[in-house]
Design a protein around this ligand. Structure first.
Ligand code: SF4
Length: 321
């Protein structure tokens, strides 16, 4: 087994709920509640779940863009949340985030060439005289041309803006990229192009991805292993093939039943979950999925199922598996 680049162990991120004139803390939103997984160098780990499952908070907490409540995030064996600030700053280029909407992070008055090159300058990774050449190389690697270097963000389509977002990340030569719903806002044909770009960059630059998406069919095309998150808790992790061929958790089965299958004869029976995802401020007791699980039994309401290895690195948190 290749060495893990990133290890996440029992990660928790709770946000306080304040109320009243004095703003006293009256509760907690358990956005991430005991999440564990690892990513090996050069692989793509997909993190999936419905909106509100805590996927983005996992990504941001891993990158230490927000403090953790408990648990560990180790990058190359070191706990990222214990590294002193000055050292963390020099490590930042190695850990990059790509957003769903890169436009929101681009200054509309700054030419994209400058927006891409500024990070190199900020981190002192290249002398000013070399920046333009590095930006041109990176634009080309991301499928954009030299013509684009002096254009402004509003002159680009959604797919091109995502290429700019990717260029801004990869120009720093990162080891790990957290891509948070990077293709969700794009048309299906453009999604395929961006996924191919992610794949090509991984092959040529040895990148490692944490790919966050609500869409299992997107994750299927890019990820070698997948984790399924529900209400801030990991329900199942397995290799992509194992998860798609032998899903064990009732929640994973429900998500998979909604994924379109190209061969009509293989069509899965659709499992429609009742109700909405509960509030993370008041999560159900026992198994968090029990209020929507078609198989729930009495034990599920009381006992939290442990995430157990059922073989071949396939982990499931369900009393009935
Ligand atoms: Fe469903 Fe119970 Fe398994 Fe939770 S533990 S997924 S409620 S059967």
């Amino acid at each position: 087994m290749a060495e893990a680049l990133l290890e996440v162990e029992h990660l928790k991120k709770y946000f306080p709920v304040n109320a009243g004139f004095l703003g006293r803390t009256v509760g907690q939103v358990k956005a991430v509640d005991d999440v564990s997984f690892h990513i090996r160098a050069g692989e793509t780990f997909g993190l999936v779940g419905e909106s509100g499952s805590g996927k983005s908070t996992v990504g941001r907490t891993i990158l230490r863009l927000t403090d953790k409540t408990a648990g560990e995030v180790r990058f190359r064996g070191r706990d990222l949340h214990r590294i002193p600030e000055p050292e963390l700053r020099s490590l930042r280029p190695k850990l990059q985030l790509i957003f769903q909407d890169p436009y929101s992070s681009l200054n509309p008055r700054v030419r994209v060439g400058d927006a891409i090159g500024e990070a190199l300058l900020d981190h002192g990774l290249a002398p000013r005289g070399e920046i333009r050449e590095r930006v041109l190389e990176t634009l080309a690697a991301c499928g954009l041309s030299s013509y684009h270097i002096d254009r402004f963000p509003h002159e680009f389509s959604g797919g091109q803006r995502q290429r700019i977002g990717i260029a801004r990340a990869i120009i720093l030569n990162p080891d790990l990229i957290v891509a948070d719903e990077p293709v969700s806002a794009l048309d299906v044909s453009i999604q395929a192009q961006i996924i191919n770009l992610f794949r090509r960059l991984q092959e040529t630059r040895g990148l490692t991805y944490l790919f966050i998406s609500h869409d299992l069919s997107v994750v299927e095309h890019l990820c070698s292993r997948i984790g399924v998150l529900y209400l801030g808790t990991m329900m199942e992790t397995a290799s992509r093939d194992e998860l798609f061929e032998r899903p064990l958790h009732p929640y994973t089965k429900a998500l998979l039943s909604a994924v379109p299958v190209p061969i009509p004869k293989l069509k899965r029976e659709r499992i429609v979950l009742k109700g909405d995802i509960p509030s993370p401020a008041n999560p159900p007791s026992g198994c968090k999925f029990h209020t929507r699980c078609p198989l729930a039994v009495g034990r599920c309401r009381e006992e939290v199922p442990e995430l157990r290895n059922v073989g071949s690195e396939h982990y499931v948190a369900c009393h009935l598996v």
